[in-house]
Design a protein around this ligand. Structure first.
Ligand SMILES: [Zn+2]
Length: 173
Protein backbone atom coordinates (compact mmCIF):
# COMPACT_ATOMS: atom_id res chain seq x y z
CA UNK A 1 0.00 0.00 0.00
CA UNK A 2 1.26 3.43 -0.90
CA UNK A 3 0.95 6.35 1.48
CA UNK A 4 -1.23 9.37 0.81
CA UNK A 5 0.31 12.34 -0.98
CA UNK A 6 1.57 15.40 0.78
CA UNK A 7 3.47 18.38 -0.58
CA UNK A 8 6.94 18.23 0.97
CA UNK A 9 9.24 15.29 1.60
CA UNK A 10 12.49 14.92 3.48
CA UNK A 11 14.68 13.13 0.94
CA UNK A 12 17.02 11.27 3.30
CA UNK A 13 14.19 9.94 5.44
CA UNK A 14 12.05 8.82 2.49
CA UNK A 15 14.93 7.15 0.65
CA UNK A 16 15.87 5.26 3.81
CA UNK A 17 12.33 3.98 4.34
CA UNK A 18 11.75 3.56 0.58
CA UNK A 19 8.75 5.88 0.80
CA UNK A 20 6.02 5.27 -1.76
CA UNK A 21 3.08 7.61 -2.36
CA UNK A 22 0.04 8.05 -4.53
CA UNK A 23 -2.92 10.35 -4.90
CA UNK A 24 -4.10 13.32 -6.91
CA UNK A 25 -4.28 17.10 -6.66
CA UNK A 26 -5.48 20.03 -8.74
CA UNK A 27 -3.16 21.97 -11.03
CA UNK A 28 -4.30 25.32 -9.67
CA UNK A 29 -1.08 25.92 -7.72
CA UNK A 30 1.04 25.74 -10.85
CA UNK A 31 1.62 29.38 -11.75
CA UNK A 32 4.47 28.74 -14.21
CA UNK A 33 2.46 26.11 -16.04
CA UNK A 34 -0.64 28.28 -16.34
CA UNK A 35 1.48 31.11 -17.72
CA UNK A 36 3.14 28.81 -20.26
CA UNK A 37 -0.12 27.51 -21.67
CA UNK A 38 -1.78 30.90 -21.44
CA UNK A 39 -4.55 29.91 -19.08
CA UNK A 40 -5.70 31.66 -15.99
CA UNK A 41 -4.81 29.79 -12.80
CA UNK A 42 -8.53 29.46 -12.03
CA UNK A 43 -8.94 27.55 -15.30
CA UNK A 44 -6.59 24.92 -13.89
CA UNK A 45 -8.64 24.62 -10.74
CA UNK A 46 -10.80 21.74 -11.96
CA UNK A 47 -7.89 20.00 -13.68
CA UNK A 48 -6.52 17.12 -11.63
CA UNK A 49 -3.34 15.16 -11.86
CA UNK A 50 -3.01 11.55 -10.73
CA UNK A 51 0.38 10.70 -9.38
CA UNK A 52 2.35 7.77 -7.96
CA UNK A 53 6.04 7.77 -7.04
CA UNK A 54 8.67 6.28 -4.80
CA UNK A 55 12.02 7.13 -3.33
CA UNK A 56 14.67 4.57 -4.24
CA UNK A 57 18.41 4.12 -4.64
CA UNK A 58 19.78 3.31 -8.06
CA UNK A 59 22.53 0.78 -8.85
CA UNK A 60 25.17 3.29 -7.73
CA UNK A 61 23.37 3.83 -4.44
CA UNK A 62 22.29 7.33 -5.46
CA UNK A 63 18.91 8.60 -4.23
CA UNK A 64 16.26 8.78 -6.95
CA UNK A 65 12.64 9.66 -7.37
CA UNK A 66 10.73 7.48 -9.83
CA UNK A 67 7.07 7.69 -10.70
CA UNK A 68 4.22 8.16 -13.14
CA UNK A 69 1.72 10.93 -13.65
CA UNK A 70 -1.42 11.33 -15.66
CA UNK A 71 -3.45 14.42 -16.47
CA UNK A 72 -5.02 16.34 -19.33
CA UNK A 73 -4.37 19.95 -20.27
CA UNK A 74 -6.15 22.40 -22.51
CA UNK A 75 -3.69 23.82 -25.01
CA UNK A 76 -4.24 26.13 -27.97
CA UNK A 77 -4.06 24.49 -31.38
CA UNK A 78 -1.47 26.42 -33.41
CA UNK A 79 -3.35 25.70 -36.61
CA UNK A 80 -6.86 26.90 -35.75
CA UNK A 81 -6.18 28.69 -32.42
CA UNK A 82 -9.02 26.79 -30.78
CA UNK A 83 -8.84 24.69 -27.64
CA UNK A 84 -7.06 21.37 -27.86
CA UNK A 85 -7.52 18.73 -25.18
CA UNK A 86 -4.10 17.22 -24.58
CA UNK A 87 -3.93 14.09 -22.40
CA UNK A 88 -0.56 13.44 -20.80
CA UNK A 89 0.85 10.30 -19.26
CA UNK A 90 4.49 10.42 -18.20
CA UNK A 91 7.06 8.34 -16.41
CA UNK A 92 9.81 10.15 -14.61
CA UNK A 93 13.15 9.05 -13.18
CA UNK A 94 15.14 11.72 -11.45
CA UNK A 95 18.36 11.60 -9.48
CA UNK A 96 18.23 13.72 -6.36
CA UNK A 97 21.04 16.22 -5.73
CA UNK A 98 23.44 14.42 -8.06
CA UNK A 99 26.66 16.11 -9.16
CA UNK A 100 26.95 17.37 -12.75
CA UNK A 101 29.36 14.51 -13.41
CA UNK A 102 26.86 11.90 -12.26
CA UNK A 103 24.12 13.45 -14.36
CA UNK A 104 26.15 13.35 -17.58
CA UNK A 105 27.48 9.83 -16.86
CA UNK A 106 24.01 8.45 -16.21
CA UNK A 107 22.19 10.57 -18.78
CA UNK A 108 19.40 11.09 -16.30
CA UNK A 109 18.02 14.39 -15.04
CA UNK A 110 18.54 15.44 -11.49
CA UNK A 111 16.35 17.41 -9.19
CA UNK A 112 17.81 19.62 -6.49
CA UNK A 113 16.38 19.54 -3.03
CA UNK A 114 15.79 22.61 -0.94
CA UNK A 115 18.00 21.86 2.07
CA UNK A 116 17.16 18.16 1.89
CA UNK A 117 13.46 18.64 1.15
CA UNK A 118 11.58 18.41 -2.13
CA UNK A 119 8.21 19.88 -3.06
CA UNK A 120 6.36 17.38 -5.22
CA UNK A 121 4.13 20.04 -6.81
CA UNK A 122 7.23 21.77 -8.18
CA UNK A 123 8.70 18.50 -9.42
CA UNK A 124 5.50 17.62 -11.25
CA UNK A 125 5.14 21.12 -12.67
CA UNK A 126 8.68 20.89 -14.10
CA UNK A 127 7.91 17.52 -15.67
CA UNK A 128 4.72 18.84 -17.29
CA UNK A 129 6.46 21.95 -18.62
CA UNK A 130 9.17 19.80 -20.23
CA UNK A 131 6.59 17.49 -21.81
CA UNK A 132 4.29 20.10 -23.34
CA UNK A 133 4.86 20.34 -27.09
CA UNK A 134 6.16 23.69 -28.35
CA UNK A 135 3.61 23.53 -31.14
CA UNK A 136 0.38 21.71 -30.31
CA UNK A 137 -2.09 20.91 -33.08
CA UNK A 138 -5.33 18.99 -33.53
CA UNK A 139 -4.92 15.56 -35.08
CA UNK A 140 -7.47 16.58 -37.71
CA UNK A 141 -5.31 18.50 -40.19
CA UNK A 142 -8.45 20.18 -41.57
CA UNK A 143 -9.26 22.03 -38.36
CA UNK A 144 -8.37 25.32 -40.04
CA UNK A 145 -9.70 25.74 -43.57
CA UNK A 146 -7.28 28.63 -44.21
CA UNK A 147 -4.36 26.34 -43.53
CA UNK A 148 -2.54 24.79 -46.47
CA UNK A 149 0.06 22.14 -47.02
CA UNK A 150 2.54 23.54 -49.55
CA UNK A 151 4.28 21.72 -52.43
CA UNK A 152 7.12 20.68 -50.17
CA UNK A 153 4.73 18.93 -47.82
CA UNK A 154 5.17 21.34 -44.96
CA UNK A 155 2.26 23.14 -43.43
CA UNK A 156 1.83 26.88 -43.59
CA UNK A 157 -0.96 29.23 -42.74
CA UNK A 158 -2.54 30.66 -45.89
CA UNK A 159 -2.95 33.86 -43.96
CA UNK A 160 -0.01 34.71 -41.74
CA UNK A 161 -2.24 36.59 -39.38
CA UNK A 162 -5.66 35.10 -38.57
CA UNK A 163 -7.03 38.61 -38.13
CA UNK A 164 -6.02 39.57 -41.66
CA UNK A 165 -9.15 37.80 -42.91
CA UNK A 166 -11.30 39.93 -40.64
CA UNK A 167 -9.47 43.00 -41.82
CA UNK A 168 -10.30 42.16 -45.45
CA UNK A 169 -13.98 41.66 -44.60
CA UNK A 170 -14.06 45.06 -42.98
CA UNK A 171 -12.60 46.82 -46.01
CA UNK A 172 -15.18 45.19 -48.30
CA UNK A 173 -17.95 46.77 -46.22
ZN1 LIG B 1 -6.91 22.96 -34.60
Amino acid sequence: MRDKLRKRYQVHKEVTRNGSFEGNFTLSEMARLSELIGLDKSALHDRRITLGFEFVRNEFNLPMLTGQLETSLELECQRCLKALEFPMKLDFRLLIDASDEMVSDNSVDTLYSDDGYIDIVEVVEDELILAIPLVAMHEDTDCNENWQIDDHGSETAATENPFAVLQQLKTID
